[in-house]
Design a protein around this ligand. Structure first.
Ligand SMILES: [Zn+2]
Length: 299
């Protein structure tokens, strides 16, 4: 299998990458993958991850929830309830930070199209890019939204987008620098990029260590902290406008992490601990399980 080995930190360019944790793929294969950390900036990455053209089998789990619309089990039920509230919060974020009230919105990693549909209802002209064919078909069937396959990203005309969103997508992409640079070129001069990422410095990440569900190896290739992401964004000429927590992820990730640990009544234990982490993040928002970064072009 072709694996991608990283010798140079993609954020700061330092070459001192040291072993940090060994994590298991709890979703599909139970294979172990090492997470390395950059000694200079603290950024972490999944070492020797499967190359883009070989990673698909690692996404083939019946319970891969991002593309599922089934309602089985407490985690799934809560997930779907939380998704409703999350959708509301995502559209609120767009409307709050976008320069215009409506315009051209590109969602990369559109999944089954729920978010795009909501934005379409609010008169945004939406385009979605989604790698999974079954998710694209779902979006077409349910919302009559045509999502494009991945290669479309490099066919979008420059300076045409008012808003580009990536909800938990960048951590899956093999070339984060190239993607971010490309986003910059696609945005209008007053455009806004909204990027959600798991936070490896969150209270739950520090607590669960190798069991932390948002390491999600080998699907998550890159593990950002707020300072690492800010460094990357600034290097690529973005200005960081704001950072917002996604509170629900704290509960969801804690439940999954307890499941990874093999805890009895994992969902309940996860909910209880999630509540503690949630309360802690009220005093320190940058240590939330997931964060949304709002970026604009540096003028
Ligand atoms: Zn670094």
């Amino acid at each position: 299998m072709k694996k991608i080995h990283t010798d140079i930190c993609p954020v700061c360019g330092n070459t001192e990458l040291v072993p940090h944790l060994s994590c298991k793929d709890y979703l599909t294969t139970r294979e172990s993958f090492d997470i390395y950390r950059c000694k200079a900036c603290g950024f972490a990455l999944t070492q020797d991850f499967p190359a883009e053209d070989e990673i698909d089998p690692y996404y083939e789990a019946p319970e891969y929830i991002s593309h599922s619309d089934t309602r089985q089990g407490i985690i799934n039920i809560l997930y779907h309830w939380a998704r409703k509230i999350a959708l509301k919060s995502k559209s609120k974020t767009v409307n709050r930070y976008a320069t215009k009230k409506t315009g051209m919105l590109l969602d990369i990693g559109a999944g089954t199209g729920y978010f795009l549909n909501r934005m379409k209802e609010q008169k945004w002209i939406v385009t979605g890019i989604e790698k999974s064919e079954s998710a694209r078909k779902f979006a077409k069937r349910k919302f009559d939204i045509d999502c494009q396959s991945s290669d479309y990203l490099y066919k979008v005309c420059e300076k045409t987008k008012d808003v580009i969103t990536m909800w938990h997508v960048l951590e899956h992409m093999e070339h984060p620098n190239r993607v971010m640079e490309h986003l910059f070129s696609l945005l209008k001069d007053d455009g806004t990029a909204i990027i959600a990422l798991p936070n490896k410095d969150s209270f739950d990440a520090v607590h669960y260590r190798e069991y932390w569900a948002a390491y999600d190896v080998p699907r998550h290739l890159w593990h950002f902290s707020p300072s690492c992401f800010e460094l990357l964004a600034k290097k690529l000429h973005f200005e960081l406008i704001d950072v917002k927590p996604m509170y629900f992820d704290t509960f969801y990730i804690s439940m999954l992490s307890e499941k990874n640990k093999g805890t009895f009544l994992a969902s309940i234990a996860g909910l209880a601990k999630g509540a503690v982490f949630f309360l802690l993040t009220l005093g320190n928002r940058k240590r939330s399980s997931s964060l949304v970064y709002i970026l604009k072009k540096k003028q």
